[in-house]
Ligand binder design. Structure first.
Ligand SMILES: Nc1ncnc2c1ncn2[C@@H]1O[C@H](COP(=O)(O)OP(=O)(O)OP(=O)(O)O)[C@@H](O)[C@H]1O
Ligand SMILES: [Mg+2]
Length: 234
């Protein structure tokens, strides 16, 4: 098991955003996390990455209890997280953005340049490496974020709605990219686009009102009546 949560909960004032979640991912998985707006998906992955600390419960990553570990230490242990809202450094070049992430994850070393180039090539924006991130199209900014995540050489990559705002043609390439990344990285993907979910995930977890209401294969999930009522509609 790469990551496991036990009884994980987060309340904001009186609001229960995540409630008693027992969640785990095996190494090598490409798992989708779905659910209606406000279900608690971003909150759950923020707990996993350490951006938020839980109200109760625990998180084990790679055999270690990380419940109280700060986010930057979790990054160094191998948890990379891309935000729901695009968060590149707009005034830095594309290259500098990835180099900054790489240094954050690995420290500055002689391999940084090779690593940065490799990550830019992998996501397909190496020809834009010297322009400012602010000048990239939205789709390319999202690819840049993925390159930044890859430069951390994570064991787990968490992507929060990465295809939001992408054109259909971009989404197709993005799916191929995730399949490539998944060859050596476990992926947890929050995604509203059900065709992306059905195409990529071998297993899906469904969150509703802060609780996991179903887990299963794409087929099992699309035939689950609880899920249809809560999310898929019918
Ligand atoms: N920092 C916060 N302070 C107070 N309430 C919050 C905070 N973050 C999230 N919430 C609330 O917690 C609940 C879960 O929100 P969350 O953003 O995790 O949902 P989500 O499943 O990611 O939704 P979406 O699909 O719209 O991104 C919502 O009711 C939201 O308003
Ligand atoms: Mg969200």
């Amino acid at each position: 098991m790469l990551i496991t949560t036990k009884g994980l909960s987060k309340t904001f004032g009186g609001l229960a955003a995540v409630t008693d979640v027992n969640f785990s991912l095996n190494k090598g998985e490409l798992r989708a996390l779905i659910g209606p707006n406000g279900a608690g998906k971003t909150t759950l992955v923020s707990l996993l990455s350490g951006r938020l600390s839980p109200s109760s419960g625990s998180i084990t990553f790679d055999g270690k209890d990380v419940t109280k570990m700060p986010a930057w230490k979790r990054v160094r242990m191998g948890i990379a997280y891309t935000f729901q809202i695009t968060s590149v450094f707009p005034q830095l070049t594309v290259y500098e953005n990835v180099a900054t992430a790489a240094c954050y994850g690995q420290g500055i070393n002689l391999t940084t340049d090779t690593l940065v180039t490799e990550c830019l090539v992998n996501v397909g924006i190496e020809d834009r490496s010297s322009i400012k991130a602010a000048e990239l199209s939205y789709g390319h900014q999202r690819l840049l974020e993925v390159a930044m995540g890859c430069s951390l050489k994570p064991k787990l990559m968490i992507l929060d709605e990465p295809t939001q705002g992408l054109a259909d043609s971009e989404i197709e390439n993005f799916c191929e990219l995730l399949v490539q990344i998944n060859k050596d990285t476990t992926i947890l993907l929050i995604e509203h686009n059900m065709s992306v979910v059905m195409q990529l995930a071998r297993k899906i977890s469904v969150l509703d009102h802060g609780r996991i209401i179903a887990e299963g294969t794409p087929n099992e999930i699309s035939n689950n009546s609880l899920v249809q009522t809560a999310y898929l509609g019918n």
